[in-house]
Design a protein around this ligand. Structure first.
Ligand code: NAD
Ligand code: UDP
Length: 312
């Protein structure tokens, strides 16, 4: 990786900015591309002025001509609030973005890693989810702009691989949290922490019995690096923490950690909200020798510390 030119699309976002940090640390030349829809300059401010780091303001729906060795394609809103804000744009970003990045990878013979998602499994009927499961996605619902956009991105990766021998990698990311999530991100971990720190009501959607499995950001970045550097395995591979929690339990844990006076309030469950989700990570263990190490309480402590500082 040292000396390689690495493009990170969505690099000013939550996960992208942590990846940029990691790549710069390893001695890569990092090109961070973002349109700042949900990303923020604040996330990468500390990298500005570093001669190994370059920021490009660009919308991935439009093609771009660069010379790079590796591409991490992360550009896409990830929170339901943001991907549903302009669903047509979400589809365009995921589909046109993947086409543009695959065209670039093909032209310059770069390796490309696509950030896919557990959402491609939809509201899963198989539990935990293995990579062999084809999913249960509503193609016409409110979440489909994201779910189907990411499914097409996976399709494009596989077709460019079969048709043009592009060097592709697909990772299916399960709910990941940590410092640099935006205060207004809208996903559950940041919402609960921000509410708890303000002693505001904690908004649990539905009865809170639905489950998610939360992975801390540093574990996720390790998984991506391992996948990018792995030869002869293109995925798709699940990356996530297999410890499963109900959303109600998460709310209680956040209240405990923040010592908040907040009460839990129940709101209606959004359309097509998946009932249960947990990754089977046997494949990642076997092929990448990867597994997460940070447990939820530990990761939440670090995330709470971050939000305390931001909200001060
Ligand atoms: P994020 O919203 O913080 O980051 C997304 C970044 O993409 C932002 O910086 C945003 O400005 C940028 N972006 C959006 N549309 C763009 C466009 N058209 N052109 C250029 N840049 C654009 O979210 P995140 O959690 O960091 O997610 C990063 C990637 O990981 C996304 O592809 C997301 O789908 C995927 N993912 C994340 C999770 C998770 O739990 N965090 C789970 C599954 C998949
Ligand atoms: N959720 C919640 N309160 C919130 C935000 C989310 O109860 O303030 C629930 C949401 O309905 C879902 C779970 O938490 O069941 C995870 O939501 P998130 O948007 O973080 O991720 P995703 O649904 O995409 O996994």
């Amino acid at each position: 990786m040292k000396g390689s030119r690495v493009l990170v699309t969505g690099g000013a976002g939550f996960l992208g900015s942590h990846l940029c940090d990691r790549l710069v640390l390893e001695g890569a030349e990092v090109l961070c591309l973002d349109n700042f829809f949900t990303g923020s300059k604040r996330n990468i401010l500390h990298l500005m002025g570093n001669s190994s780091f370059e920021l490009i303001r660009h919308d991935l729906v439009e093609p771009i001509f660069l010379e790079v060795d590796q591409i991490y394609n992360l550009a896409s809103p990830a929170s339901p609030v943001h991907y549903q804000y302009n669903p047509v744009k979400t589809v365009k970003t995921n589909v046109m973005g993947a086409i543009n990045m695959l065209g670039l990878a093909k032209r310059v013979k770069a390796r490309i890693l696509q950030a896919s998602t557990s959402e491609i499994y939809g509201n899963p009927q198989e539990h935990p989810q293995k990579e062999t499961y084809w999913g249960h996605v509503n193609p016409i619902g409110l979440r489909s702009c994201y779910d189907e956009g990411k499914r097409v991105a996976e399709t494009l990766m596989m077709d460019y691989y079969r048709q043009n021998q592009v060097d592709v990698k697909i990772v299916r990311i399960f709910n990941t949290y940590g410092p640099r999530m935006a205060v207004s991100d809208g996903r559950v971990v940041s919402n609960f922490i921000v509410q708890a720190l303000g002693n505001e009501p904690i908004t649990v959607y539905g009865d809170g019995s639905q489950t998610r499995s939360f992975c801390y950001v540093s574990d996720m970045i390790e998984g991506w690096i391992a996948m990018m550097n792995c030869e002869d395995f293109i995925g798709p591979v699940n990356l996530g923490n297999p410890n499963e929690f109900s959303i109600k339990r998460l709310a209680e844990l956040v209240i405990e950690i923040t010592q908040s006076k907040s009460e839990i309030v129940y709101k209606s469950l959004p359309e097509d909200d998946p009932i249960q989700r947990r990754p089977d990570i046997s494949l990642a263990k076997e092929k990448l020798s990867w597994e997460p190490h940070v447990n939820l309480a530990e990761g939440l402590e670090k995330t709470v510390d971050y939000f305390r500082r931001v909200l001060e």
